[in-house]
Design a protein around this ligand. Structure first.
Ligand SMILES: Nc1ncnc2c1ncn2[C@@H]1O[C@H](COP(=O)(O)OP(=O)(O)O)[C@@H](O)[C@H]1O
Ligand SMILES: [Mg+2]
Length: 236
């Protein structure tokens, strides 16, 4: 058997704490506003490109140009990859849509059909799914995640999704988590007068070097992207 493809984090501390992300993996990144979901998605995008993998990045938050400059502001220079076609960016405009259940379900179907039939990249990022998940019905959401599961396994893709945790009902969230094999929860904690960003990696099945649950405190630093800080410092 050939060696599995691996996504490096291109960040020593994260690499050490979380291990490389194999292809295939279905990974959910959960967090409220401003917790760092997009920064993590971009760190993984950069890591995947540097690892020689092609990436399709579906964004509801940026235009093509603004995503490239946002990544550059974190020291992730993806311009060459974009020009060579190794990074494809698909902006989805979701803000001015009159969201209804049928429209949200349709969006989910279109995304999974694109990934199933047209997408050549082995790494797919969707940042974020919050609108679609909030408005789609439970059946639509579960069908979407089952088809992603199939696409990851059969077509050997790693799909990384970001979502606001309140988009799901508690029960649906538990079912969706069980379909995924990687699961990162991002939170902002206030410690004294300091704000600290935390990552809880509660599920990393199949992730090399990762075991059980991992807790990481981090800052967002333009020179690094994600900068891991000592947990004791985070608690101090
Ligand atoms: N280039 C940057 N330099 C410094 N801080 C940044 C940069 N890009 C994003 N951040 C900060 O990182 C934090 C997390 O942002 P983001 O990943 O967009 O959150 P989310 O996607 O969860 O809403 C924000 O406080 C944001 O201001
Ligand atoms: Mg975001």
């Amino acid at each position: 058997m050939s060696q599995p493809k691996l996504i490096s984090w291109y960040n020593n501390e994260l690499q050490q704490k979380l291990g490389e992300i194999p292809v295939p993996t279905l990974m959910l990144i959960e967090g409220s506003n401003d917790t760092g979901k997009s920064v993590f998605a971009q760190q993984l995008t950069y890591g995947a490109l540097r690892s020689g993998l092609k990436v399709s990045y579906i964004t509801t938050e940026n235009m093509v140009k603004s995503l490239i400059s946002q990544m550059l502001s974190l020291s992730f220079d993806v311009r060459q990859y974009f020009l060579k076609g190794e990074l494809k960016i698909f902006p989805l405009h979701v803000e001015n849509i009159d969201w209804r259940e049928e429209i949200a379900n349709l969006f989910l179907e279109v995304i999974s059909s694109y990934l199933n039939n047209r997408c050549a990249a082995s790494v797919v990022i969707i940042d974020s799914l919050t609108y679609m998940i909030t408005y789609a019905n439970e059946e639509g959401v579960l069908t979407f995640f089952s088809s992603l599961r199939n696409i990851c396994d059969k077509q050997r893709k790693t799909v990384i999704l970001t979502v606001h945790p309140y988009a799901f009902s508690q029960e649906l969230l538990i079912r969706v988590r069980s379909i995924c094999d990687g699961h990162l929860i991002l939170e902002i904690k206030t410690v004294g007068d300091k704000i600290v960003r935390m990552l809880f990696a509660s599920k990393l099945r199949g992730v090399i070097g990762g075991s059980g649950s991992v807790i990481v405190a981090f800052e967002v630093d333009p020179a690094f992207g994600i900068k891991v800080i000592p947990y004791s410092q985070a608690r101090a």
